[in-house]
Design a protein around this ligand. Sequence first.
Ligand SMILES: Cc1cc2nc3c(=O)[nH]c(=O)nc-3n(C[C@H](O)[C@H](O)[C@H](O)COP(=O)(O)OP(=O)(O)OC[C@H]3O[C@@H](n4cnc5c(N)ncnc54)[C@H](O)[C@@H]3O)c2cc1C
Length: 519
Amino acid sequence: MSPASGSSTTLSAARRTRELAEATDGRTVDLLVVGLGVTGAGVALDAASRGLDVVAVDAHDIAFGTSRWSSKLVHGGLRYLANGQIGVAYESAVERGILMTRTAPHLTHALPMLTPLMPMVGRVQAGVVSGGLRAGDLLRVSARTSAEVLPHPRRLTATEALAMAPALRGRGLRGGLLSWDGRLEDDARLVVSIARTAAGHGARVLTRTRVLSLSGQGAELRDELTGRVSTIRARAVVNAAGVWAGELVPEVTLRPSRGTHLVLRGSALPGLSVAVTAPVPGESNRFVLVLPQPDGMVYVGLTDEPADGPVPDVPVPSESEIGFLLDVVGAVFERPLHRSDVVGAYAGLRPLLHSEGRTADLSRRHAVLTSATGVVTVVGGKLTTYRKMAQDAVDAAVAQRGLAAGPCRTKNLPLVGAAPRDELTSIEAPARLVRRFGTEAPSVLAAAAELTDDPIRPVAPGSPVTVAEMLWGVTHEGALDVDDLLDRRTRIGLVPADRALAEPAAREALHLAGALNPL
Ligand SMILES: Cc1cc2nc3c(=O)[nH]c(=O)nc-3n(C[C@H](O)[C@H](O)[C@H](O)COP(=O)(O)OP(=O)(O)OC[C@H]3O[C@@H](n4cnc5c(N)ncnc54)[C@H](O)[C@@H]3O)c2cc1C
């Protein structure tokens, strides 16, 4: 069956209602995708752009699960190289290059990373790290990503290191090692962009649509807004439900591992213009990252704790993880960090396949598994490699069901808003909007100007988030309520105090966009 051609990338409550009714009207679609994290959204885009008729559902919202709790890095795979996983490392480096140069230059940037050579980092360890960074640079070259996009690593003097990270502990500092990796503007924004691009190729993207039971021929769905239960028939089914994948396909056994990040205000570590890599005492290949964000916040992460038992909707960091991160990072900065510096904390569960051993050592490679009823499950991997995961999953579904699909096109398929970097710099709109919406930034402003007099006013005093972003979230990105706006289309929700201040603006945006009647 051919998908709707010339579909719009606009997601809205009205489109969701219409397309949910279509999807469950007794027709048989080519592909049902469960989960609208980065993996499921990627599968929807891959399949729709091959000409398949696709329905992709999520029980909650786009990017509700693990995909919004990441470190927001577009990894070059250095860590996998260190573990001898050369194939995974190479795949990461290639996918990083695709994101940064072709599919999402607007949402990705080069991130300078500094490993300070403090007394606790011995000369042997420093030599090992330096060798690793050089190997990572070779990986970049082999993946054909230019040094203009990600510069070569180099050694810094102590003065240079302190200029980039003035809050570093200066006593005994021998210098630093500077390297470059990719950074996402925001992980949830990447997923929303992939989902909208899929919608532009005709995929029906349905949030608040829970799969109650699943087989290779379709699923029983519940509309979480109305409670209505219905059936969808599909020629092929891909389960991309992340850490919840095993709840739908019992043959899939996962061993989730929790990763926690802290959120600090920039004032806690003044002047930080690079990411800092802090060694975990007693471990040769484990570091805590201090990651300055474009919105002025600093994230500190991450932990790796086995998380057995029932999978929660929203994982919660433990106090011991928070204490561990503060201790490791406190050791490399002059000013001690206190619990009161932590204005937010978040945790995500890595969907690792079950195997023996420590979760930190489990392979980050993705897997595509076909169940007895014919459901194709795609699990594991990472944000950086979502495109390849999607390609492998769709290849498996197409081969298994003999679907009439074209070849994978996503290597050269820009996401909504993407453009070459030089084009992005000439867009006339506030820099923040260009970083988040790319070529769509002027449209974000123009659409908001039709609904409010001052589209770029902040949603709360001192907040970098503008009313225009919230309005666009409702009118074009499928946000259905305050939580979608505060926790996924924008990330104000990462700091609970800021979230409370911005909630009235989110309500107002829903009201102005006609999605909420009483204020
Ligand atoms: C702490 C942490 C940090 C990370 N940092 C990075 C990083 O910096 N860079 C990187 O490349 N990778 C990173 N990763 C890895 C990456 O975030 C994950 O591999 C990826 O986000 C997993 O995406 P997913 O789509 O498979 O799962 P999810 O994002 O969890 O999506 C699954 C979706 O399925 C939905 N769902 C579940 N059950 C149902 C149902 N019954 N019906 C309908 N929908 C359902 C959920 O609501 C959810 O939205 C990190 C992971 C963690 C945990």
